[in-house]
Ligand binder design. Structure first.
Ligand code: ATP
Length: 303
Protein backbone atom coordinates (compact mmCIF):
# COMPACT_ATOMS: atom_id res chain seq x y z
CA UNK A 1 0.00 0.00 0.00
CA UNK A 2 1.37 3.43 -0.99
CA UNK A 3 1.50 5.59 2.09
CA UNK A 4 0.26 8.77 0.43
CA UNK A 5 -1.84 7.95 -2.60
CA UNK A 6 -3.93 11.00 -1.74
CA UNK A 7 -2.10 13.87 -0.12
CA UNK A 8 -3.96 17.01 0.86
CA UNK A 9 -1.27 19.52 1.77
CA UNK A 10 -1.88 22.72 3.72
CA UNK A 11 -5.16 23.61 2.05
CA UNK A 12 -7.24 26.56 3.21
CA UNK A 13 -10.63 27.76 2.08
CA UNK A 14 -11.69 31.33 2.75
CA UNK A 15 -14.74 33.33 1.78
CA UNK A 16 -15.34 37.07 2.03
CA UNK A 17 -16.81 37.89 5.45
CA UNK A 18 -19.71 40.25 6.12
CA UNK A 19 -17.49 43.02 7.55
CA UNK A 20 -15.06 43.13 4.61
CA UNK A 21 -12.55 40.57 5.97
CA UNK A 22 -12.37 36.87 5.25
CA UNK A 23 -13.86 33.85 6.98
CA UNK A 24 -11.78 30.69 6.88
CA UNK A 25 -13.80 27.49 6.70
CA UNK A 26 -10.47 25.79 7.48
CA UNK A 27 -6.78 26.68 7.33
CA UNK A 28 -3.68 24.56 6.87
CA UNK A 29 -5.49 21.25 6.50
CA UNK A 30 -3.37 18.16 5.88
CA UNK A 31 -4.79 14.71 5.18
CA UNK A 32 -3.42 11.65 3.46
CA UNK A 33 -4.67 8.22 2.47
CA UNK A 34 -3.06 5.09 1.10
CA UNK A 35 -4.02 3.36 -2.14
CA UNK A 36 -7.00 1.06 -1.65
CA UNK A 37 -8.05 2.67 1.62
CA UNK A 38 -11.58 3.70 2.47
CA UNK A 39 -11.71 6.99 4.39
CA UNK A 40 -14.81 8.54 5.93
CA UNK A 41 -15.02 12.14 7.11
CA UNK A 42 -17.29 12.95 10.01
CA UNK A 43 -17.99 16.38 11.44
CA UNK A 44 -20.84 18.73 12.15
CA UNK A 45 -22.69 20.63 9.46
CA UNK A 46 -20.66 23.53 8.08
CA UNK A 47 -17.21 22.29 9.12
CA UNK A 48 -16.16 22.04 5.49
CA UNK A 49 -16.51 18.36 4.58
CA UNK A 50 -18.11 19.02 1.19
CA UNK A 51 -15.57 21.76 0.53
CA UNK A 52 -12.72 19.28 1.07
CA UNK A 53 -14.42 16.71 -1.18
CA UNK A 54 -15.09 19.29 -3.90
CA UNK A 55 -11.45 20.40 -3.78
CA UNK A 56 -10.35 16.75 -4.11
CA UNK A 57 -12.74 16.37 -7.04
CA UNK A 58 -11.37 19.52 -8.67
CA UNK A 59 -14.83 21.11 -8.55
CA UNK A 60 -13.56 23.81 -6.20
CA UNK A 61 -10.15 25.38 -5.64
CA UNK A 62 -8.44 25.89 -2.32
CA UNK A 63 -7.52 29.45 -1.34
CA UNK A 64 -4.12 28.00 -0.53
CA UNK A 65 -2.40 24.63 -0.63
CA UNK A 66 -2.18 21.64 -2.95
CA UNK A 67 -3.78 18.25 -3.46
CA UNK A 68 -1.67 15.45 -4.85
CA UNK A 69 -3.20 12.23 -6.15
CA UNK A 70 -0.94 9.38 -7.21
CA UNK A 71 2.07 11.67 -7.30
CA UNK A 72 0.49 14.46 -9.37
CA UNK A 73 -0.91 17.79 -8.23
CA UNK A 74 -4.52 17.93 -9.34
CA UNK A 75 -5.82 20.64 -11.61
CA UNK A 76 -9.55 20.78 -12.20
CA UNK A 77 -11.81 17.79 -12.62
CA UNK A 78 -10.59 14.51 -14.04
CA UNK A 79 -11.99 11.13 -14.95
CA UNK A 80 -9.44 9.77 -12.47
CA UNK A 81 -11.68 11.12 -9.71
CA UNK A 82 -15.32 10.06 -9.82
CA UNK A 83 -17.92 11.72 -7.61
CA UNK A 84 -21.15 10.25 -6.29
CA UNK A 85 -23.51 12.84 -4.87
CA UNK A 86 -26.53 12.51 -2.63
CA UNK A 87 -28.72 13.48 -5.59
CA UNK A 88 -28.15 11.15 -8.49
CA UNK A 89 -27.44 13.69 -11.27
CA UNK A 90 -28.41 11.21 -14.00
CA UNK A 91 -29.28 12.29 -17.52
CA UNK A 92 -33.09 11.89 -17.49
CA UNK A 93 -33.44 11.26 -21.21
CA UNK A 94 -30.95 8.42 -21.21
CA UNK A 95 -31.53 4.85 -20.09
CA UNK A 96 -29.49 3.13 -17.37
CA UNK A 97 -27.23 1.73 -20.06
CA UNK A 98 -27.11 5.12 -21.79
CA UNK A 99 -26.07 6.91 -18.60
CA UNK A 100 -23.26 4.49 -17.85
CA UNK A 101 -22.20 4.26 -21.51
CA UNK A 102 -21.99 8.06 -21.67
CA UNK A 103 -19.39 8.05 -18.90
CA UNK A 104 -17.48 5.18 -20.54
CA UNK A 105 -17.37 7.04 -23.87
CA UNK A 106 -16.10 10.19 -22.14
CA UNK A 107 -13.09 8.23 -20.92
CA UNK A 108 -12.43 5.98 -23.91
CA UNK A 109 -13.47 8.07 -26.91
CA UNK A 110 -12.10 5.63 -29.49
CA UNK A 111 -14.03 2.59 -28.26
CA UNK A 112 -16.70 1.22 -30.61
CA UNK A 113 -20.33 0.82 -29.52
CA UNK A 114 -20.05 -2.88 -28.75
CA UNK A 115 -17.03 -2.40 -26.50
CA UNK A 116 -18.64 0.52 -24.68
CA UNK A 117 -21.84 -1.47 -24.19
CA UNK A 118 -20.04 -4.56 -22.88
CA UNK A 119 -17.96 -2.48 -20.48
CA UNK A 120 -21.02 -0.56 -19.22
CA UNK A 121 -22.94 -3.81 -18.79
CA UNK A 122 -20.20 -5.23 -16.56
CA UNK A 123 -20.71 -2.38 -14.10
CA UNK A 124 -24.50 -2.47 -14.36
CA UNK A 125 -24.28 -6.14 -13.41
CA UNK A 126 -21.82 -5.36 -10.61
CA UNK A 127 -24.32 -3.05 -8.87
CA UNK A 128 -27.20 -5.49 -9.33
CA UNK A 129 -29.12 -3.67 -12.07
CA UNK A 130 -29.13 -6.49 -14.62
CA UNK A 131 -32.47 -6.37 -16.40
CA UNK A 132 -32.99 -2.64 -15.83
CA UNK A 133 -30.62 -1.50 -18.59
CA UNK A 134 -33.34 0.05 -20.73
CA UNK A 135 -35.21 1.90 -18.01
CA UNK A 136 -35.00 5.67 -17.74
CA UNK A 137 -34.29 7.39 -14.41
CA UNK A 138 -37.99 8.32 -13.99
CA UNK A 139 -38.80 4.59 -13.93
CA UNK A 140 -36.28 3.81 -11.16
CA UNK A 141 -36.49 3.93 -7.36
CA UNK A 142 -34.11 6.18 -5.41
CA UNK A 143 -31.92 3.20 -4.56
CA UNK A 144 -31.78 2.08 -8.20
CA UNK A 145 -30.83 5.59 -9.31
CA UNK A 146 -28.04 5.63 -6.76
CA UNK A 147 -26.88 2.25 -8.08
CA UNK A 148 -26.67 3.79 -11.55
CA UNK A 149 -24.59 6.61 -10.06
CA UNK A 150 -22.26 4.04 -8.49
CA UNK A 151 -22.04 2.00 -11.73
CA UNK A 152 -21.30 5.17 -13.68
CA UNK A 153 -18.58 6.22 -11.24
CA UNK A 154 -16.94 2.79 -11.19
CA UNK A 155 -17.21 2.27 -14.95
CA UNK A 156 -14.51 4.85 -15.61
CA UNK A 157 -12.21 2.90 -13.25
CA UNK A 158 -11.29 6.03 -11.30
CA UNK A 159 -8.22 6.26 -9.12
CA UNK A 160 -10.41 7.55 -6.35
CA UNK A 161 -14.12 7.47 -5.70
CA UNK A 162 -15.50 10.49 -3.88
CA UNK A 163 -18.87 10.17 -2.18
CA UNK A 164 -20.82 12.98 -0.54
CA UNK A 165 -23.42 11.38 1.73
CA UNK A 166 -24.43 9.04 -1.09
CA UNK A 167 -26.99 7.06 0.87
CA UNK A 168 -28.53 9.70 3.13
CA UNK A 169 -31.67 10.15 1.03
CA UNK A 170 -32.45 6.42 0.94
CA UNK A 171 -34.62 4.31 3.22
CA UNK A 172 -32.78 2.21 5.83
CA UNK A 173 -33.15 -1.09 3.98
CA UNK A 174 -31.89 0.25 0.66
CA UNK A 175 -29.12 2.15 2.43
CA UNK A 176 -27.92 -1.04 4.09
CA UNK A 177 -27.97 -2.99 0.84
CA UNK A 178 -26.03 -0.30 -0.99
CA UNK A 179 -23.50 -0.04 1.83
CA UNK A 180 -22.94 -3.79 1.43
CA UNK A 181 -22.52 -3.40 -2.33
CA UNK A 182 -20.10 -0.50 -2.09
CA UNK A 183 -18.04 -2.28 0.54
CA UNK A 184 -17.90 -5.50 -1.49
CA UNK A 185 -16.96 -3.67 -4.69
CA UNK A 186 -14.28 -1.55 -3.00
CA UNK A 187 -12.68 -4.59 -1.40
CA UNK A 188 -12.89 -6.70 -4.58
CA UNK A 189 -11.47 -3.99 -6.82
CA UNK A 190 -9.05 -2.36 -4.36
CA UNK A 191 -10.86 0.93 -4.94
CA UNK A 192 -9.63 3.96 -3.00
CA UNK A 193 -12.64 5.81 -1.59
CA UNK A 194 -13.23 9.03 0.31
CA UNK A 195 -16.69 9.52 1.72
CA UNK A 196 -18.59 12.07 3.78
CA UNK A 197 -21.20 10.76 6.15
CA UNK A 198 -23.14 11.88 9.21
CA UNK A 199 -23.89 8.28 10.09
CA UNK A 200 -21.40 6.90 12.65
CA UNK A 201 -22.37 3.28 11.99
CA UNK A 202 -21.96 3.76 8.27
CA UNK A 203 -18.42 5.02 8.89
CA UNK A 204 -17.65 2.12 11.23
CA UNK A 205 -18.92 -0.38 8.69
CA UNK A 206 -17.23 1.08 5.62
CA UNK A 207 -14.11 2.95 6.63
CA UNK A 208 -10.56 1.87 7.29
CA UNK A 209 -9.88 5.36 8.64
CA UNK A 210 -12.33 7.85 10.08
CA UNK A 211 -11.35 11.51 9.87
CA UNK A 212 -12.84 13.62 12.65
CA UNK A 213 -13.28 17.33 11.94
CA UNK A 214 -13.99 19.99 14.54
CA UNK A 215 -16.68 22.58 14.10
CA UNK A 216 -16.26 25.48 11.70
CA UNK A 217 -15.42 28.17 10.95
CA UNK A 218 -11.74 27.50 11.44
CA UNK A 219 -12.34 23.73 11.48
CA UNK A 220 -9.39 21.38 11.90
CA UNK A 221 -8.84 17.71 11.28
CA UNK A 222 -8.58 16.68 14.93
CA UNK A 223 -7.96 12.94 14.71
CA UNK A 224 -7.65 10.03 12.37
CA UNK A 225 -9.30 7.02 13.95
CA UNK A 226 -8.13 3.62 12.76
CA UNK A 227 -10.92 1.11 12.42
CA UNK A 228 -9.95 -1.85 14.61
CA UNK A 229 -12.76 -4.12 13.36
CA UNK A 230 -11.74 -7.04 11.14
CA UNK A 231 -11.78 -6.51 7.39
CA UNK A 232 -14.37 -9.27 6.95
CA UNK A 233 -16.83 -7.55 9.28
CA UNK A 234 -20.51 -7.91 8.48
CA UNK A 235 -23.08 -5.16 8.92
CA UNK A 236 -25.44 -7.36 10.90
CA UNK A 237 -22.90 -8.43 13.53
CA UNK A 238 -20.88 -5.22 13.72
CA UNK A 239 -22.21 -4.43 17.19
CA UNK A 240 -21.08 -7.81 18.55
CA UNK A 241 -17.42 -7.06 18.05
CA UNK A 242 -15.70 -6.37 21.41
CA UNK A 243 -14.30 -3.04 20.14
CA UNK A 244 -17.47 -1.80 18.45
CA UNK A 245 -18.87 0.20 21.36
CA UNK A 246 -15.49 1.65 22.31
CA UNK A 247 -15.06 2.85 18.73
CA UNK A 248 -18.60 4.15 18.44
CA UNK A 249 -18.46 5.93 21.81
CA UNK A 250 -15.16 7.54 20.89
CA UNK A 251 -16.62 9.03 17.70
CA UNK A 252 -19.90 10.06 19.34
CA UNK A 253 -18.03 11.67 22.26
CA UNK A 254 -16.05 13.65 19.74
CA UNK A 255 -19.17 14.85 17.95
CA UNK A 256 -21.07 15.65 21.14
CA UNK A 257 -18.34 17.46 23.03
CA UNK A 258 -14.73 17.44 21.83
CA UNK A 259 -15.55 18.81 18.34
CA UNK A 260 -16.71 22.03 20.02
CA UNK A 261 -13.97 22.48 22.62
CA UNK A 262 -11.04 21.05 20.69
CA UNK A 263 -9.20 24.35 20.09
CA UNK A 264 -9.19 25.19 23.81
CA UNK A 265 -8.48 21.60 24.89
CA UNK A 266 -5.59 21.00 22.49
CA UNK A 267 -3.83 24.35 21.92
CA UNK A 268 -0.67 22.69 20.56
CA UNK A 269 -2.47 20.69 17.85
CA UNK A 270 -0.18 20.22 14.86
CA UNK A 271 -2.32 20.07 11.70
CA UNK A 272 0.56 18.49 9.81
CA UNK A 273 0.92 15.64 12.28
CA UNK A 274 -2.65 14.76 13.19
CA UNK A 275 -2.87 12.07 15.87
CA UNK A 276 -3.81 8.63 14.63
CA UNK A 277 -5.98 7.01 17.26
CA UNK A 278 -6.12 3.31 17.86
CA UNK A 279 -9.09 2.03 19.82
CA UNK A 280 -8.36 -0.72 22.32
CA UNK A 281 -10.35 -2.49 25.00
CA UNK A 282 -9.10 -0.02 27.60
CA UNK A 283 -8.21 3.58 26.66
CA UNK A 284 -7.83 4.74 23.06
CA UNK A 285 -4.18 5.35 22.28
CA UNK A 286 -2.40 7.72 19.94
CA UNK A 287 0.18 6.55 17.48
CA UNK A 288 2.06 9.20 15.54
CA UNK A 289 0.53 10.14 12.19
CA UNK A 290 3.61 9.22 10.23
CA UNK A 291 3.86 5.87 11.99
CA UNK A 292 0.20 5.00 11.71
CA UNK A 293 0.79 1.40 10.76
CA UNK A 294 3.33 0.67 13.48
CA UNK A 295 2.64 -0.03 17.10
CA UNK A 296 3.76 3.19 18.72
CA UNK A 297 4.20 4.05 22.37
CA UNK A 298 0.80 4.16 23.98
CA UNK A 299 -0.42 7.56 25.08
CA UNK A 300 -3.87 7.92 26.59
CA UNK A 301 -6.12 10.52 24.98
CA UNK A 302 -7.58 13.28 27.12
CA UNK A 303 -11.35 12.79 26.88
N1 ATP B 1 -19.93 30.19 -1.84
C1 ATP B 1 -19.81 30.33 -0.52
N2 ATP B 1 -19.72 31.54 0.06
C2 ATP B 1 -19.57 31.69 1.38
N3 ATP B 1 -19.53 30.65 2.25
C3 ATP B 1 -19.65 29.43 1.72
C4 ATP B 1 -19.78 29.20 0.33
N4 ATP B 1 -19.85 27.85 0.14
C5 ATP B 1 -19.74 27.28 1.35
N5 ATP B 1 -19.63 28.22 2.30
C6 ATP B 1 -19.50 27.98 3.74
O1 ATP B 1 -18.45 27.07 3.95
C7 ATP B 1 -18.73 26.29 5.10
C8 ATP B 1 -18.48 24.84 4.82
O2 ATP B 1 -19.44 24.35 3.91
P1 ATP B 1 -19.51 22.81 3.54
O3 ATP B 1 -20.68 22.62 2.63
O4 ATP B 1 -18.18 22.37 3.04
O5 ATP B 1 -19.79 22.16 4.96
P2 ATP B 1 -20.18 20.67 5.32
O6 ATP B 1 -19.34 20.28 6.48
O7 ATP B 1 -20.11 19.80 4.12
O8 ATP B 1 -21.68 20.83 5.78
P3 ATP B 1 -22.93 19.82 5.67
O9 ATP B 1 -22.62 18.67 6.58
O10 ATP B 1 -24.09 20.64 6.14
O11 ATP B 1 -23.05 19.42 4.23
C9 ATP B 1 -20.17 26.61 5.50
O12 ATP B 1 -20.15 27.43 6.64
C10 ATP B 1 -20.72 27.32 4.33
O13 ATP B 1 -21.67 28.27 4.70
Amino acid sequence: MTDKFISIEAIAKRYPGAGGGEIAVFENLWLSMGRGEFGCVIGHSGCGKTTVLNILAGLDEPSEGTVIVDGQAIEGTSLDRAVIFQSHALLPWRTVLGNVAYAVTSKWRDWDRAKVKAHAQTFIDLVGLTGAEHKRPSELSGGMKQRVGIARALSITPKIMLMDEPFSALDALTRGTLQDEVRRICIETGQTAFMITHDVDEAIYLADKIFLMTNGPGAVLAEIVENPLPKDRGRADLHRHPLYYALRNHIVDFLVSRSKTFAADVPGHDPRNVPVVRIGLNEPTIVSASKAIETGPAQAIAR
